[in-house]
Design a protein around this ligand. Sequence first.
Ligand code: GCU
Length: 678
Amino acid sequence: AEDGYDLWLRYRLLAPAQVQHYRPHAAELVAGDATPTQTVTRDELQRGLSGLLGSAIPLASTVTHDGAIVVGTPASSSLIAGLKLDLQDLGDDGYLIRSVVANGHAITVIAGRNDIGALYGAFQFLRLLQTTQPIDRLDLRDAPHIKLRVLDHWDYLNGQVERGYAGASIWDWWKLPDWRAPRYTDYARANASIGINGTVLNHVSSGATILTHDYLQKAAALAGVFRAYGIRVYLSVRFSAPIEIGGLKTADPLNPQVQAWWHAKADEIYALIPDFGGFLVKADSEGQPGPKDYGRTHADGANMLADALAAHGGVVMWRSFVYADKPDDDRAKQAYQEFKPLDGRFHANVLLQSKNGPVDFQPREPFHPLFGAMPHTPLMMEFEITKEYLGFATHPVYLGPLYEEVLAADTLAHGKGSTVAKVIDGSLDHHALTGMAGDANIGTDRNWSGSDFNQANWYVFGRLAWNPTLSSRDIAEEWVRMTFSNNPAFVKPVVAMMMGSREAAVDYMTPLGLLHLMGPGHHYGPAPWDASEAEADWRPVYYHRADRQGIGFDRSRSGSDAVDQYAPSLAAQFNDVQQTPEQFLLYFHHLPWNYRMRSGRTLWYELVAHYTQGVEDVQQMRDTWQHLDGYIDAERYRQVAAFLTIQQREAQWWRDACIAYFQSVSGLPLPPGFAPPQ
Ligand code: GCU
């Protein structure tokens, strides 16, 4: 079936010319099976090569032919040990793929210092074939730039996935630990293929039950499936768990009984899951309990948990996503205000996990001002892979350019070139403990992610967590080739369509630095007029601040002064309306409707032009797809086509609703020649 279940690991028979070209280089496979990781590496190569080349690759215990593939480590393979490869600077997870001569035969060697590096190398080797790259003279080496490459599942124990648009949770808690669905193995394969090495199983607000012994056993069963693929299990924990499931009267982090409870809990976990990764914590945020309930700081809370895990090698990923409803203040400033003063106060096994932007995963936000502002604390990136604010499952929006834009943004923290990527890969402030998390878009849908194109967002997240300097365009091309087709007549237009899709969404939803115009609660579709929420900072009107005179949130020095949370030279830029990039204009400034834009248009006309552009871009995407019928299977083709139709209708809805609303506020006429909504 062409239902997308295989993701990018499709391994379908290549074109005859490719098969002919590759077969001589896949004559036999020399691969160990002394460890679970070695076994799955060998299985993956056999499965991939037989699928791509149309016949099974013979296993051999040593090289007997030209075209042998040898995979392993110096410890697992005497042949690799004998080759004296320069593996030193590959780190724990890196690999090398090289065409060499051994035993008098021309072979390909795939080697790591550890089994897991060899597995990553095997997936890369298969990727070369899947994307039809030459493999006759290989000399590749690669290692991840970031240590913890983690999916955060927003799954509740009842099967619901918060902001999940791909069905229910894939964790079947009812049947665990005894039944380990084959799907868990495929999940691990997909993640390992892009270098993901950690998974947080449950949502940050999902309560304390996950820490009960029964659930820990279920988590241990999953860890048992993932281990061979180098993936560790982490859990989101509720700060007040000692009260809820421990029978204590307090969760005060400085209380010795509380500390002892967490230590005992950590010991219990590690007895079940010896390679347990650690805790993810949402504390004092959106109603979740935390150390501030006891007059303590976030550092007190994080350190208490970190101390319980330290002896076992676990980490705490403490989230910076905190804000309280303060109608007169600026929500965007609050995380920085809370955490910046705590820089240097966290224990060594704590990472501070920040969303990419200061508000909440909007189609576009400037980077979070904590990046670059806390040199003594490992800052971990949190991207949202699930498209909460980007059209859920049905709007094909490729998030690669969003991630890339944030990672490439220059914090100017230590002068030019202090990019966000360098903050989170640890190179800017010399941290060895580094991480990147993505809020997963995975569910029980046959295609895992709610749509075929959403799979690309899981893929690009993993690839950028491996190396945050990769180009999102290159990754898109890789993904299209692996997932759909290598035919350039298909690849080129689809990559172009993907690369433009995020900007299109920004244009039809929230152009020029606007944000949070989505209907509160569900976050689907436009509701810029909505002022009904109890909390001021959940109301769209709080964010756009449009009135008869103008529009935008003044975060300059004459407003909330959020600009001064950025490095001084950047703050000066954002404070000056002339120097503020137009894509962030209304994020930083409140401006009159007749403000003159660089195009020469008034702000009002420019806004209308962006909304219209977004709709036209989606029309263009639809046209592109219409010309691609026949290049791929009908099943996936039709679903994408149907979803583009939905997207186009809804882009129009966004445009018309927003323009009508803003016009009702501004009282200004529409630009001459503006085509009225049909
Ligand atoms: C957003 C999102 C919530 C999520 C929260 C978080 O507000 O809408 O569903 O729980 O972020 O990241 O904690």
